[in-house]
Structures are given as structure tokens and as C-alpha cells.
Design a protein around this ligand. Structure first.
Ligand code: F6P
Length: 327
């Protein structure tokens, strides 16, 4: 089948996530399969502004499926919010002969693509790449599974030392203002409690629960705290505990950017490959202004507007599990 488009660009933008490389690889290989050239744009929107273009052949993406991070590098680009910079970006793309774009990233990436497409008509398909799993239109985002595995491994390690010292650990995980990483990893990591942005927690009730456990001679406890939780993060929670419940020997671990790196899991490699391939096929078939996602095992397209404005709530079953199996 021959397509009207002959040259497309691909870039990664915003916070990187494990599996982005697998996605770039799938984009490049699918495009070449359809005789379409691919230009890798370095450092996201910043690279479009600064003409950071480089041709990507199939062999350029060999040996990267197992690597975390992104070979195209990434950035957050506040200049792209300003119209004169977007105009410059458009002119650069035209000069380079790029007719369509694949944008791998999160909310900010899709917001940029939506405005850009409206102003200059460059067809763009988004691929959800963020560890936060906070995008509407897909059950999972690329990188989320790897990040949860990293957190669960950390919780297992923390449990060892927590038990040895009868300590209470407060472990802060990423997710920006969403609690997907926190709720999933607290269940899989067997934590005693979780604090989420999506739920108000009664702290005295939680501490009473931990006290009861202590009476039953279960001394170590782990509280997983989402960075955007309502108390204000792990340090803040620890300050409250130190003041009101001084009998606890508590420690804080902020997992931070460890969650963003590492070799992607099987699930992330497969998701990235599937969505990368589908994004190119959607673009070549004339779709635009939409993001690919996987819902109930099927690839679907959602408008950028929906992915940006609609929120993806934590599934009620997961919340229920966290109430019954955690605290
Ligand atoms: O969106 C991914 C994410 O890792 C969030 O979980 C976190 O709040 C944020 O990015 C951190 O951003 P930065 O790497 O710019 O500090």
C-alpha cells in the first residue's frame, strides 16, 4: 500500500519513561515497512525549535528495546507555549520536509501537539509515555509497569530492614497529582497503608490500626505515600508522626527518579511496540490530532482534547482492594 506521506518525525517529550526506546524502534520500523522516511527529533519540542533533526534508519534503533530512557532525549519546553516559537517550529519542520509527527509523552506533550496542529495543520498522533499512568484513553501508559516493579522491589528491600529494626517506613512514590503508582504498588508490595491524592485519610484512625498491629507483635510497617497526597508528602507525614506518635522509630524513603529509569519490563516493551506501530499506521491512514491507547486489549484512538481534559480515575476495584488488603 502506498501512502501520501513520505517523511515523518518522531520525538519524546516531558518526563522520560522506560519503554520509550521500544516505542521509537517500533515507529521507525513500521514507517520503513511502509516506505516512509523517519526523522528523529532530539529533546522534544526544543529540538524542533533548534533544528535538532537526524534521520533514523532501522539499524539506528537496533539494540535499544531493552534500554530505559530515550535515545532521542527529552525536555520540557516552556517556549513552545508562545506563538512566535511555534511558528519557528513549523517553519523548521517544513524546511526539513516533515509531513506528520509522532509525539511520545504525557499530558503536556499532547497539549503542545493540539495547539500546534490547530495553528499549522501538522497531523500528529500521540503515544502515551509516562510512568504516572494518568492519561485518559488507555488502560496503561508506557513506563508505568516498570515503575511499579521498581517500587515493589524497593518495598521488598525496605521491608527487610524495617523488620530488623522494628521501624515504621514512609515511602514516597511519584505520580504527580495521581495515585496510580501508589495504589498499585502498595497492594503488590504488601504495605500496611497508602495515602493518595484521590482520598482523604483519617490519620488518627490509621495510627490506631498500626498500634493494634504492634500489640500483635507485628512491629514493622510501611506506609506508601503518593507525592501528590493530601497530607503533603512523606516528609510532612513523618513530621506529624514524630510530633504526635513519638514512640514510632520512623524513617522516610523518597524513591524519586529511580522510578523513571531501568530496563523496561516485558509488558512495557510489548505495549510500547504495539502503540508505536499503531501510531504510525494511524498517521499514514490519515488520522490526526489523536492519541493511541490500549483499552481492554484493543488499540483505540482518543482525541487529544479528551486525553488532556478527561481524567483517568483509579478503578474502584483497586481502591476497594487497597481498603481491604492494605489499610
Ligand atoms: O510525569 C512524570 C514525573 O516523574 C512525575 O511523576 C513527577 O512528578 C515529575 O515527572 C518529576 O518531574 P522532573 O523530572 O521534571 O522533576
Amino acid at each position: 500500500m502506498s501512502f501520501a506521506m513520505k517523511k515523518i518525525g518522531v520525538f519524546t517529550s516531558g518526563g522520560d519513561s522506560p519503554g520509550m526506546n521500544a516505542c521509537i524502534r517500533a515507529v521507525v520500523r513500521t514507517a520503513h515497512h511502509h516506505d516512509v522516511e523517519v526523522v528523529g527529533i532530539l529533546e522534544g519540542y526544543k529540538g524542533i525549535l533548534n533544528n535538532q533533526f537526524r534521520e533514523l534508519k532501522n539499524y539506528d534503533v537496533a539494540g535499544i528495546i531493552n534500554r530505559g530512557g530515550t535515545i532521542l532525549r527529552s525536555s520540557r519546553c516552556p517556549e513552545f507555549l508562545e506563538p512566535e516559537y511555534r511558528k519557528r517550529a513549523f517553519m523548521n519542520l517544513q524546511k526539513e520536509g516533515i509531513e506528520g509527527l509522532i509525539a511520545i509523552g504525557g499530558n503536556g506533550t499532547f497539549t503542545g501537539a493540539l495547539v500546534f496542529e490547530k495553528e499549522f495543520g501538522i497531523p500528529t498522533i500521540g503515544v502515551p509515555g509516562t510512568i504516572d499512568n494518568d492519561l485518559y484513553g488507555t488502560d496503561y501508559t508506557i513506563g508505568f509497569d516498570t515503575a511499579c516493579n521498581t517500587v515493589v522491589q524497593a518495598l521488598d528491600a525496605i521491608r527487610d530492614t524495617a523488620t530488623s529494626h522494628n521501624r515504621l517506613f514512609i515511602v514516597e512514590v511519584m505520580g504527580r497529582d495521581a495515585g496510580h503508582i501508589a495504589v498499585n504498588s502498595c497492594i503488590a508490595g504488601g504495605a500496611e497503608a497508602v495515602l493518595l491524592p484521590e482520598e482523604e485519610k483519617d490519620l488518627p484512625e490509621l495510627m490506631q490500626y498500626l498500634n493494634e498491629k504492634r500489640k500483635k507483635k507485628i512491629f514493622s510497617s510501611i506506609i506508601v505515600v503518593a507525592e501528590g497526597d493530601q497530607v503533603g508528602g512523606a516528609v510532612q507525614l513523618n513530621n506529624i508522626i514524630k510530633e504526635k506518635y513519638p514512640h514510632y522509630d520512623s524513617r522516610v524513603t523518597i524513591l524519586g527518579h529511580v522510578q523513571r529509569g531501568g530496563s523496561p519490563t516485558y509488558l512495557d516493551r510489548m505495549l510500547a511496540s504495539r502503540l508505536g506501530m499503531s501510531s504510525v499506521e494511524a498517521l499514514l491512514n490519515g488520522e490526526r490530532n489523536q492519541a493511541v491507547g490500549l483499552v481492554n486489549g484493543e488499540v483505540v484512538l482518543s482525541s487529544f482534547k479528551d486525553s488532556i481534559t478527561k481524567s483517568k480515575n483509579i478503578h474502584s476495584d483497586l481502591l476497594k482492594m487497597s481498603h481491604i488488603l492494605v489499610a
